[in-house]
Write a protein that binds this ligand. Structure first.
Ligand SMILES: Nc1ncnc2c1ncn2[C@@H]1O[C@H](COP(=O)(O)OP(=O)(O)O)[C@@H](O)[C@H]1O
Ligand SMILES: [Mg+2]
Length: 373
């Protein structure tokens, strides 16, 4: 256990200039002992910063759901204090509290006898919006989660796929634009490809709305993809490490974190680290038919393009080592831009991808402009 101290004093986390006012959810020495004596959470102190996604990840039974459910008082803490947006939750009316926070769970929990639109409009209705406004909001939210309101609004939940139901669950939770959203294995019931897509779309929506999110998952991939920070839990609600995803993957603080991260850390790092402008090397122009990557693409995508360059017609350079060179374009280059795009920033090869990865996992280099770094 390394993280039982207040966040601001944690070594290595960039907390300079932060104040408690930047925290949307604060746990102070929270304990939950169930009636049968199970200590689900022993002594948890933790803060979720405003507008961030904090992912709680850990093996089954380590206290993640209990932690989440104490936040909206579906579970009452035995002791300690939880403050959400400046309010001690035990002093707030439970029903009001629950309506002020979005809550998304794996089994979705849609109302089977209400249409999709009615499901999404539930909380707006409960908090007193008139029907027209609630309906308009439902359409807006369905649009936001990628479901055509005209097509889906009148359907019933059983007429949707699992992934579509999850989207409706997210839309419903966001209907009143709550400052805080609690999510418990929200994409668990979706197949892997659909899950990836949902994760990406959810990320975009969260950035757009600025919602503070506490996300519970047992899936380290989901945690590092979605979390701005990741809290790795072990049994009893013990925080083994609370850090940004790259640090969790590349510098696990304890054996429990290493076990969770497993052997897949390098591959996962490639999936969450992105091509930056500095990664493009000058030098000769790329071959006009070279594959392209954009600033902001994942290194995994870049590596794939490099591999393609090595086998694609004309892309390979004899003796250039593994793979070929790809052209690096700015993030806003048009979708059909090719390697001869006038805005091309340079090229990238396999060694460049590895250098980018190395740079990403290095703890805060003293001088970022040092070419040897
Ligand atoms: N209502 C309950 N009564 C007794 N024990 C419970 C109850 N809910 C959860 N637990 C126990 O608390 C521990 C933590 O559970 P939970 O928070 O659901 O873990 P996680 O979400 O990480 O899988 C587990 O040992 C679980 O069996
Ligand atoms: Mg759980």
């Amino acid at each position: 256990m390394v993280d039982n101290q207040p966040l601001d004093r944690r070594p290595g986390s960039s907390t300079s200039g932060r104040t408690a006012a930047d925290d949307a959810i604060v746990f102070e020495h929270v304990r939950k002992e169930y009636a049968d004596g199970t200590v689900a959470v022993g002594d948890l102190s933790l803060a979720v910063r405003r507008h961030e996604i904090l992912a709680l990840v850990g093996p089954s039974g380590c206290g993640k759901s209990t932690t989440l459910r104490m936040t909206n008082r579906l579970v009452e803490p035995t002791s300690g204090r939880i403050v959400v947006e400046g309010t001690d939750v035990t002093r707030e009316d439970r029903v009001r509290l629950r309506r002020s926070m979005g809550y998304v769970i794996q089994s979705v929990g849609l109302f089977p006898h209400r249409t999709v639109a009615q499901n999404v409009a539930t909380v707006p209705g409960l908090v007193g919006w008139d029907r027209r406004r609630a309906r308009a909001r439902a359409s807006e939210l369905l649009e936001l989660v990628g479901l055509d309101p005209d097509r889906y609004g009148k359907r019933y939940p059983h007429e949707l796929s699992g992934g579509e139901q999850q989207r409706v669950g997210v839309a419903r939770a966001l209907a009143t634009d709550p400052p805080v959203l609690l999510m418990d294995e929200p994409f668990g019931a979706v197949d892997p490809a659909g899950r990836r897509r949902l994760q990406e779309e959810f990320h975009r929506i969260q950035r757009e709305l600025g919602t503070t999110v506490m996300l519970v998952t047992h899936d380290i991939d989901e945690a590092v993809r979605l979390g701005d920070r990741v809290a790795v839990f072990s049994r009893g609600g013990v925080v083994e490490q609370l850090d940004d995803p790259v640090a969790v993957l590349s510098r696990p603080a304890t054996d429990a974190v290493s076990d969770l991260v497993g052997d897949g850390a390098p591959v996962r790092l490639l999936g969450i680290t992105r091509v930056s402008r500095e990664d493009a090397t000058a030098g000769g122009p790329p071959a006009p038919d070279a594959p392209v990557v954009r600033v902001g693409d994942t290194l995994a995508a870049a590596l794939e393009a490099v591999a393609e360059a090595s086998t694609g017609a004309g892309g390979a350079e004899a003796g250039a080592g593994v793979g070929g060179r790809v052209a690096v374009l700015p993030s806003d280059a048009p979708a059909d831009a090719r390697a001869d795009h006038p805005g091309v920033l340079g090229t990238l090869d396999a060694a460049g991808v590895l250098a980018a990865l190395r740079r990403a996992v290095e703890p805060e280099p003293a001088d970022r402009s040092d070419p040897a770094a």
